[in-house]
Write a protein of this length. Structure first.
Length: 424
């Protein structure tokens, strides 16, 4: 069955916004009620993954209870219903990031798969000549390093890295210097998951474009904390993971400008991505189906649409000011602790704080906070080059979401003080 996305149809826009009532918001997330190690859970690991509101959980249950069928394939009632829900979710995501068309939205497993898709496809599609260069930065997540290294191994292409300064800010002049006629792509994070640095992404894109270079933005830590408008940014690709914006795991999005996606060969072969198959030759479907081989995560992608709708039900400025408050308050309180140093003090920061404490291993901090029901992250955060940059084996990291409270920060500080007193 040939299926075309109902591009003309627009999802109903919700213009009325919910008031930012923290108590009510917390009650949307059932897991926040649970206890861990006999203590009330305090979840401060939102950069790793966020918790899910009940509307998202319910949407998945609803799908499997009432709509489950394979999409784009059957003429029967359930298949059409599932297809409609899946494609409506695509429209919601198109509007969420203001893409020009739903065909520019590819459902994938996450940001990692999205970057791998672009790298593989550009590699297969001969987008690179011998000696070409790809620019990334020193603050990238491994997901935005390794796929490019793998590409460089297959083609005679070099990876160039923009350094960061001691605060964790990108050194813009170095970026400017690295851009040259051999540069074929800039792939850069919007927001660092370890340092919290928010990059001047619009300036980066504009400068790259002035040099005729397309830009992939890793938005995994950005979409949940501010408004993303891909047309305004004018980025060529934008990737993010559903599970970091209150949606299901195993979901994610590749946004790509239609003219680029049209030029790129498929990433994987299989069902749904073809137009016609013979043993001699296969012709491919249009975008985005060309990049969605096989049965996708239908329930998850529908859940992601619901998560986006949930996030959109708030005024984004309320979310931003709430998270900035948490960031500023926690930063101030943490710095009052003797021997504690924050890693990542960029001018423009997101709600992520990495820190180390003199003489105490971050793992001990993480393990002992866990006994108090407080979930933080310790380790290299999939950014080993950053750890090397600061000559650290690991950091402890707290990261905030929409449901965190000042009171939770107070509990964290109290617990940290107790733990450090014990260890010392
Ligand atoms: N980029 C950044 C900046 C991230 O923080 C992450 C996840 N920590 C990723 C990419 C990869 O996301 P995922 O594992 O969901 O594919």
């Amino acid at each position: 069955m040939d299926f075309t996305i109902p591009v003309e149809k627009s999802v109903q826009k919700d213009t009325t916004k919910r008031t930012f009532d923290l108590e009510k918001i917390r009650s949307d997330f059932p897991i926040l009620e649970r206890k861990v190690n006999g203590k009330q859970l305090i979840y401060l690991d939102n950069a790793a993954t966020t918790q899910k509101p009940d509307v998202v959980i319910e949407s998945i249950k609803h799908y499997y209870t009432f709509e489950n069928a394979n999409i784009h394939r059957g003429l029967h009632f359930l298949s059409e219903l599932a297809t409609e829900s899946y494609e409506t979710s695509r429209l919601k995501i198109k509007e969420f990031i203001n893409a020009m068309s739903a065909a520019e939205i590819v459902f994938l497993r996450g940001a990692t798969e999205a970057i791998n898709l672009v790298a593989h496809s550009m590699c297969r599609g001969n987008f690179f000549d011998d000696g070409d260069e790809i620019i990334i930065s020193e603050m990238e997540h491994h997901a935005n390093i390794v796929p490019w290294q793998m590409l460089c191994e297959r083609r005679n292409v070099k990876l160039k890295v923009v350094p960061i300064d001691d605060n964790g800010d990108l050194i813009f002049e170095e970026f400017e210097k690295l851009l040259n006629p051999k540069t074929k792509l800039v792939s850069i994070t919007h927001t660092s998951n370890s340092l919290g640095t928010v990059n001047p992404i619009k300036e980066i894109i504009d400068l790259a474009h002035k040099n005729g270079v397309p830009v992939l933005v890793d938005g995994a830590q950005a979409v949940q904390h501010g408004k993303i408008d891909v047309q305004e940014l004018d980025c060529d690709f934008f990737v993010f993971s559903g599970h970091k914006l209150y949606g299901p795991t195993g979901t994610g999005i590749l946004y790509g400008k239609a003219d680029l996606l049209n030029k790129m060969p498929p990433y994987q072969g299989g069902g749904d991505m073809i137009r016609e198959v013979t043993f001699e030759k296969t012709t491919f479907n249009d975008i985005p189906n060309k990049f969605e081989a096989g049965t996708p995560n239908i329930a998850g992608s529908i859940g992601l649409g619901v998560a986006v709708k949930y996030l959109n039900s708030f005024d984004i400025n309320d979310i931003i000011s709430h998270e900035v408050n948490l960031l500023n308050y926690a930063t101030k309180k943490l710095l009052e602790i003797d021997g504690l140093k924050i890693i990542g003090t960029a001018k423009n920061k997101s709600a992520v704080i990495s820190f180390v404490v003199d003489g105490v291993h971050p793992y001990d901090i993480g393990t002992m906070l866990d006994t108090q029901g407080i979930a933080i992250r310790t380790g290299h955060h999939c950014t080993q080059p950053i750890m090397r940059r600061y000559n650290l084996p690991a950091t402890a990291r707290i990261s905030f979401g929409i449901y965190n409270t000042i009171q939770e920060v107070d509990y964290l500080i109290e617990a940290l003080n107790k733990i450090l007193k014990m260890i010392r």
